[in-house]
Design a protein around this ligand. Structure first.
Ligand code: ADP
Length: 362
């Protein structure tokens, strides 16, 4: 119900994403109408109402015209958090196998991105993709211990607001209430994106926490959610206009077989994709909306370049894409197992491995 009408940016992202087919999957989730949605007006979507007959198509109906869209799968308003998780659980598993994976939630503010990614932690059945993914990773890593695997996991969580990075896991976080004065100016921390000796991107001064249990990570998520909601009040709803990036780095070693894996799972709640013309924004708000549109557009450019296998992928054009870049050097210096398993790595968007095609995707 909250899908936005024909907007160039949305179409561009959508079309680029469809180009990728095997490398990336795109799901559409329609959230239920909420009491304060008021009367439905403007765009209306139509889709099969029974879960059994739900397919891949959705029609956007505007001024009596039907605009069909095709996805890998459409979830209707009755789909549960578990229904959505089942579709992505294989991808989550890939991170444990040494793949670099990204899951993005994209849509207008209020369309259910945060609900889908984080959910409502107080109700287990309403937990979102992030807690469910972590639970799966910890459970699987424990069962793999029987085969000699030992894993080390490190978590970080940040927000990118107006091209400025904010640390969501910092325990002594100072929050700037001034939208033009970034947090780093208050805390003295320099959250800049750098490359390490292996060419991996990292953020300087960012809190990285070693996590060894689901309980630990659940408390981190609560802390981050709190940081985000404090930010939300103090910074005039900035959260819906920032990208939230949760990263779990997974290093696995099998002492028996000498295999090693280095996987990364990025779970990203993108900023709202509102249209400039409809947002009625002026001044600072206009700048913000432009920054969001620019970074979403840069993301689209990167996906497009990866899809087309272009020599130059414009990772550096936005903080989000720069951060998600994983270098080619990393691929060439990686472990025996990873060399065997992955043919090409471009950024965090792992390409299909032909030898396992049909199973692996990112
Ligand atoms: P966004 O992150 O896209 O701005 P939210 O996730 O905050 O949107 O969702 C807006 C509101 O809709 C919240 O109150 C959320 O709990 C509710 N909501 C979103 N999706 C669902 C859903 N599938 N089922 C029930 N409530 C939902």
């Amino acid at each position: 119900h909250k899908l936005i009408e024909g907007e160039n940016l949305r179409k561009k992202l959508h079309n680029t994403i469809l180009e990728l087919k095997g490398n990336i999957r795109v799901f559409c989730r329609v959230r239920p109408l909420l009491p304060d949605d008021g009367a439905a007006e403007g765009a209306v979507v139509s889709y099969p109402t029974s879960m059994e007959s739900l397919g891949r198509g959705i029609d956007l109906i505007q001024s009596g015209q039907k605009y069909p869209f095709t996805f890998d799968k459409v979830f209707n308003h009755e789909a549960s958090q578990q229904d959505v998780f089942v579709e992505i659980s294989q991808l989550v598993q890939s991170a444990l196998d040494g793949y670099k994976v990204c899951i993005f939630a994209y849509g207008q503010t209020g369309s259910g991105k945060t609900y889908t990614m984080m959910g409502r932690p107080e109700a287990p059945e309403q937990q979102g993709l992030i807690p469910r993914s972590l639970e799966q990773i910890f459970q699987s890593s424990q069962s793999l211990q029987a085969q000699g695997w030992k894993y080390k996991m490190q978590a970080s969580m940040l927000e990118i607001y107006n091209e400025t990075i904010r640390d969501l896991l910092s325990t002594n976080r100072s929050i700037s209430s001034d939208p033009v004065r970034p947090e780093s100016a208050v805390s003295g921390k320099q959250y800049t994106i750098k490359h390490d000796a292996n060419g991996n991107t990292y953020v300087s001064d960012l809190t990285i926490v070693d996590v060894s249990s689901l309980t630990e990570i659940s408390s981190l998520l609560r802390q981050a959610a709190q940081s985000r909601s404090v930010g939300r009040t103090q910074m005039n709803e900035q959260s819906s206009r920032s990208h939230m990036v949760f990263t779990l780095r997974i290093s696995g070693i099998n002492e028996g077989t000498e295999q090693q894996v280095q996987g990364v799972l990025n779970l990203i709640d993108l900023a709202g994709s509102e249209r400039l013309s409809r947002s009625g924004a002026t001044g600072d708000r206009l700048k913000e909306t432009q920054a969001i549109n620019k970074s979403l557009s840069c993301l689209s450019d990167v996906i497009f370049a990866l899809a087309k296998k272009e020599d130059h992928v414009p990772f550096r054009n936005s903080k989000l894409t720069y951060l998600l870049q994983a270098s080619e050097e990393e691929a060439s210096s990686s472990s025996k197992l990873k060399k065997k398993k992955i043919n090409v790595i471009s950024g965090n968007m792992t390409k299909f491995n032909k030898s396992t095609s049909g199973k692996r995707w990112a």
